[in-house]
Design a protein around this ligand. Structure first.
Ligand code: MOS
Length: 698
């Protein structure tokens, strides 16, 4: 049942409830909980990409004062089989990727553990590895499904080849994106404490319940004997969605040491152990009438996965629903390589996929002699052609129009190299954004005491997004009380189960469960107690299962991104003085938090356009630029003005709050808008990210 929410607290720019705790250091992260008798674990990583461990000499490490244990496949406890083979820490001598755990030292101090780890001598039997992704590999395969079964691998509609052949205007280009590493500010960290009841983890993750389940399975424990606490998390961007091997290692080490253990991965270790976005090779073919009306879209994607765990990113999925092309084809093929296991990273699928589609749309506009905004408007579909369903709301055209006005697009001379300021060529570009309005099952419990204070309990996770604040606002409105009367408890697997902080689904899913719990509580209070809270207080639970309207409507957020760039004629240096993002993401629960999310997404998109790229060395199979000195992320000096705004949109088909997610859409389209602006400035189409100086020099 869906009842519309009263809107008093929601919609207001409340400050972060956890803001003071964060800036004063009172908000504890996973590594920071003081634990009696704690020890520290430091891993030893494989120096080869493929082969096996022949022997391990840990004598020097064991001799170091303060060393408690050295673990490896030779002495580690046996784990139960797991769906995720990446988590089978020390279960065999086989090496599947460079950087895999081969041993670990537990010691009284972290420095001792680290030094001892450097003294462990590992002998390998090395086998030739294969880490090179190419579209012409003969062993590319079609995964069963993509995005963990969320989507079909391939889709075909109409006759793409015939439509491309007979199109008045057509293009056929390959766009490539490199691997990206998620790099949250807080490294992945776990504190593991065993007791008679089971094991408690303070862990940096995007969903305590899912980490709990992974640990319970691995150690053959009933889930209720594993408790995972993640009250404050310093970013994740997808790399903290799934448990990674360090979580298992921490629990195993604490068991072996018979004492609590802390483990925080170093930044360098994170480049092998907690996932990254697959590189993509995307062939994009578009066919159109001379009016610019699309007749065909073909989007064929090649990606990589590891040998031990399949991850299939849904990069071609946005090409299925963005535009009104009657003939469409999307495919995904994977190369299984001896590489670290990829994972999801902010807007998996849409982020790299829309770089290709939106760059190609710009090239099509040029080929048709049309303004790129006009081209997109001409290809606005009446319904989602893939599912045949109407959109619950679709604000793309409104975003493009409002953005054009706000950005000052109108007097634009479309010719490249037409604007110049001294040695700087100036260009502007536009691209569309989209991200699905996802929802995941959630449960919540609401409790009221006799003085009218409410407690809301749900295992949601705030990874820095503002969940503490927006869920309090939603609860306040659902209970029709001021937010000060609501006390929220989140980030703990002992709370009612809820889905991940992922897929931009958090607010929509957790919020709906809270709304249902609140209305159950209010109904109980009125029916059973005549509106008077009993002395012992009262509680009620609520759940969100699925949105019945998800079968009737196609539900997505949309946006339009505009960029102005300056490219230096002599050096090829690219500056981005101005970005504008206009979004249609349903009702905005908290403008301050939403703006931060969108601003962060766009900054990450700028970083993707110009800086970020993980470089895999084919000789050794490892990512060589594995720290912030060499993996470049946009800094303040790289970012000019970023203007973030949104159109008024309240979509009650999506949920009672009328809100779509804002966590991921901000990164979608930014890189294409910048690449399109770079073309406008220079006349050079850079189809291979990042846009570095060398690609712009003759
Ligand atoms: Mo996002 S990649 O679903 O954290």
């Amino acid at each position: 049942m869906k009842t519309q929410l009263v809107t008093r607290a929601t919609g207001a720019p409340l400050n972060r409830i956890d803001g003071v705790q964060k800036v004063t250091g009172a908000a504890k992260y996973a590594y920071e909980y003081p634990v009696e008798g704690v020890t520290y674990v430091f891993p030893v990583q494989s120096a080869i990409a493929k082969g096996r461990v022949v022997s391990i000499d840990a004598s020097a490490a064991r001799a170091l004062p303060g060393v408690i244990a050295v673990l490896s496949h030779e002495n580690a406890p046996r784990l139960a089989p797991l769906d995720d083979a990446e988590l089978a820490v020390f279960q065999a001598d086989a090496i599947a990727y460079h950087g895999q755990f081969v041993a670990a030292v537990v010691a009284e101090m972290s420095e001792i553990a680290r030094q001892a780890a450097s003294l462990v001598v590992v002998h390998y039997e090395e086998q030739p590895h294969d880490v090179e992704l190419r579209a012409d590999r003969g062993d590319l395969y079609k995964p069963q499904s993509i995005a963990l079964g969320y989507y079909q691998t391939d889709t075909f509609d109409g006759n793409v080849e015939a439509a491309l052949t007979s199109a008045s205007v057509s293009l056929d280009h390959v766009y490539t994106t490199p691997p990206y590493h998620n790099n949250p500010l807080e490294p992945h960290a776990t504190t593991a404490i065993w007791s008679d009841e089971g094991v408690t983890l303070y862990d940096a993750n995007q969903g305590a319940h899912s980490v709990r389940d992974a640990v319970a399975t691995a150690f053959s424990l009933p889930p209720e004997r594993v408790r995972v606490i993640a009250r404050y998390v310093g970013g994740g961007f997808g790399s903290k969605i799934f448990a990674h091997p360090h979580v298992i290692l921490a629990v195993m080490a604490a068991q072996a040491a018979g004492r609590p253990v802390k483990l925080a991965l170093t930044r360098q270790q994170m480049f092998a152990l907690v996932g990254y976005r697959t590189p993509t090779i995307q062939r994009m073919r578009l066919g159109a009438e001379s009016s610019g009306r699309l007749t065909a879209i073909a989007h064929d994607v090649v990606e990589q996965t590891s040998t031990i765990q399949e991850v299939a990113e849904q990069a071609a999925v946005p090409s299925r629903m963005m535009y009104a092309a009657p003939n469409r084809r999307t495919t995904h093929r994977l190369a299984r390589l001896d590489v670290p296991v990829p994972t999801w990273m902010r807007a998996p699928g849409e982020c790299p996929g829309m770089f290709a589609l939106e760059s190609a749309m710009d090239e099509l506009a040029i080929a048709c002699g049309l303004d790129p905004i006009e081209l997109r408007i001409r290809n606005e579909p009446a319904v989602d052609l893939e599912s045949g369903r109407p959109f619950s709301s679709r604000g793309l055209v409104a975003c493009l129009r409002q953005g054009a006005q706000r950005f000052g697009w109108a007097p634009r001379d479309p010719r490249p190299r037409a604007r110049r300021d001294g040695p700087w060529l100036i260009g502007t570009g536009v691209a569309a954004s989209t991200y699905p309005a996802n929802q995941l099952p959630a449960t919540a419990l609401v409790q009221v005491d006799h003085v009218g204070n409410y407690q809301v309990r749900i295992d949601a996770t705030d990874i820095g997004t503002g969940a503490w604040t927006v869920l309090t606002q939603i609860a306040a409105d659902a209970l029709e009380v001021p937010p000060e009367r609501v006390q929220l408890e989140i980030g703990d697997s002992s709370l009612p189960k809820a889905g991940l902080a992922g897929g931009s689904a958090g607010t929509a899913s957790w919020g709906w469960a809270i709304v249902n719990a609140a209305s159950a509580l209010r109904a109980r209070l009125h029916k059973e107690y005549g509106g008077n809270v009993p002395a012992e207080g009262l509680s009620a639970g609520g759940a969100f299962e699925t949105n019945p309207e998800a079968q009737q409507f196609s539900m997505h957020a949309f946006g339009a991104q505009f960029a102005e760039v300056r490219v230096h004629v002599t050096t090829g240096e690219v500056r981005v003085p101005r970005l504008l993002g206009v979004f249609a993401a349903g009702r905005i629960i908290n403008p301050k938090m939403a703006r931060s999310q969108l601003l962060g997404g766009m900054t990450m998109g700028l970083s993707m356009a110009l800086h970020e790229a993980s470089v895999l060395d084919p000789r050794f199979g490892d990512f060589v630029n594995h720290d912030f000195a060499e993996y470049h992320i946009a800094t303040n000096a790289d970012v000019g003005t970023i203007d973030v705004t949104w159109i008024d949109e309240e979509d009650l088909h999506v949920n009672p709050m009328g809100a779509k997610g804002v966590g991921e859409i901000g990164i979608v389209g930014t890189a294409a808008a910048i690449a399109n602006a770079v073309y406008h400035a220079t006349g050079i189409h850079v189809r291979d990210l990042p846009i570095t100086l060398d690609k712009l020099l003759p």
